[in-house]
Design a protein around this ligand. Sequence first.
Ligand SMILES: [Zn+2]
Ligand SMILES: [Zn+2]
Length: 272
Amino acid sequence: MNDRAFYGQLADLHMHTHLCAHAEGEPKDYAKRAVALGLGELGISEHAPMPSGYDALRLAEDRLPDYLAMVEAARRVAPQLPIRLGVEAEYCRGQEDYVRRFLARADWDYVIGSVHYLEMWNFDDPKEIPAWRAIRDLFGTWRDYFSLWKEAARTKLYDTLGHPDLVKKFGFFPKEPCEALFEDALRTVAEAGCCLEINTAGLRKPVKEIYPSSAFLRIARRLDIPITFGSDAHAPHEVGVGFREAVALARECGYAEYARFEKRKRMMRPLP
Ligand SMILES: [Zn+2]
Ligand SMILES: [Zn+2]
């Protein structure tokens, strides 16, 4: 299948803009790139605001109107392309009400739920690699991550859970087998009726693997958890990057379809 036919059957639902202060471009730039690829659908998913005490690498509360206007502008630039309004919201224990109040401020097509913090530790920041090196009980760190991830699913605030095994980003894997940990976390996701994301950004990180691993995704398939696709683009040229590998992984794990959203209603589509 040629690239345009392949991309035409897919939706990339994860990307950021300069409003988060660590990505470049506006939704219209991402839309232009998506049109050039022949992508079937695009979803913009800026990092949602958090209260003070968290980093500022995210949309500021008072810039939400600018964000909404930028997504509208992208729709004008590429009227032939379905462009969904999304957001990547944190799950941090104790901040559920803050997130809920923020989400009530717009009419989202979908919400990605992500865990980027263990308590207040921003474990996915490259500056934290020395701290990772110093961890004696990696399995304990992974267990803490997945217990937060389970709590995220239980809130039912999110439509899909982003980069499911982000905790592997820098390649610090526990020696212990993790299947039981994955299964336990995924059972909660299945019960909550949430999707999980196949996120290709891991290919561009030290771990050089898609999030999640095939071991993880096989369990998700067995539990009938739907998948979404996201490049986690932080620049327009990253739209759709790694999607051949992502679809191959999904197929290898037994998937034949994936989810996309409109006004928080899930629609299933066949994989290319
Ligand atoms: Zn980001
Ligand atoms: Zn993220």
